[in-house]
Design a protein around this ligand. Structure first.
Ligand code: NAD
Length: 278
């Protein structure tokens, strides 16, 4: 078994990006909107801020109270869309139930949508057109590429069909000529699918859903799951028992998570380049 080391690949990617930013003497900027005070969101935003500042980017954290109105958020997004000093815009999920997630995400102009969640970017991805791609799925493909895993012709099984992870991955793997199967909560006999996967990606949010008998020998396993139990982090894969059967596996933490934030900053830099014709 070899580790798919997200921390190492993240460092390499961000070093490369920092060199570009320093050499060009530019300052790409990211604005993050937070609604409410979700504790996991606080950690994720701090992490984004730290990474952005270390790179030499500008970072703006805009906070709204839990009971704010949808209009307040939409007005703020309009202002950021029209502000030439702002490149990337994202709304940290989850947001309070009284707000319409789709309406809010789609208000971000697609050229600044660094989370790749607007209908325009999702549609472009499906049609294999140049676009901003959701960070976690993009990070998974990058991690495989950087680790020398070839995708064309592979039998890829994705467990989970969320719009954040599973669905964009379908397009990304198809666009890379893989044969793709998607499993979800209503799939009967999950194991029949997972045990035939050359590349298995699991994005569910259930500790140790995937056990050793469910994976193919010498396959590649990507564990996206983050399950916080009693202050400890677990993936969706029973890592200790699966790791000796497969050829490559991501740890949790230290696998997909670091790649997500690296791809976000890559997206911010792409927006800067696109908006400034550089
Ligand atoms: P989600 O809740 O939106 O989707 C979960 C998916 O799992 C659904 O499509 C559902 O159909 C499927 N599912 C549920 N139970 C199942 C079962 N028993 N068998 C098969 N499929 C089942 O979640 P999400 O936003 O895609 O996140 C999934 C996990 O990945 C979570 O743990 C989340 O914290 C983590 N995550 C990690 C990163 C990262 O950067 N590492 C990024 C995003 C999400």
């Amino acid at each position: 078994m070899t580790l798919l080391d997200g921390i190492k690949v993240k460092k390499e990617l961000l070093n490369e990006l920092k060199n570009k930013i320093d050499t060009k003497n530019i300052k790409p900027s990211l604005a993050v909107i937070q609604i409410g005070n979700d504790s996991a969101s606080n950690i994720y935003i701090k992490n984004k801020e730290k990474t952005a500042i270390n790179l030499g980017c500008k970072f703006e954290h805009i906070k709204f109270k839990e009971d704010c109105t949808e209009k307040e958020i939409l007005d703020k997004i309009d202002e950021l869309n029209n502000n030439n000093d702002v490149d990337g815009i994202l709304v940290q999920m989850p947001i309070p139930k009284h707000l319409n997630e789709k309406t809010i995400q789609n208000r971000i102009i697609s050229t600044k949508d660094v989370d790749g969640l607007t209908d325009i970017n999702v549609g472009k991805l499906i049609n294999n057109k140049k676009c901003l791609v959701s960070c976690t799925p993009q990070g998974i493909i990058k991690l495989l590429e950087e680790s020398g895993v070839s995708i064309p012709g592979k039998n890829v099984v994705i467990v989970g069909r969320s719009k954040l992870v599973g669905k964009p991955l379908i397009s990304l793997f198809l666009n890379n000529d893989a044969t793709v199967t998607v499993c979800h909560s209503k799939t009967n006999n999950l194991k029949e699918f997972t045990k035939n996967a050359d590349i298995l990606v699991v994005a569910v949010g259930k500790k140790h859903l995937i056990t050793e008998d469910m994976v193919k020998k010498d396959s590649v396993v990507i564990d996206v799951g983050i399950n916080r139990i009693d202050g400890k982090l677990y993936g969706d894969v029973d890592y200790e028992n699966v790791k000796n059967k497969v050829s490559l596996i991501t740890p949790v933490p230290g696998g997909v998570g670091p790649m997500t934030v690296a791809m976000l900053l890559c997206n911010v830099n792409t927006v800067y380049k696109n908006l400034n014709n550089k």
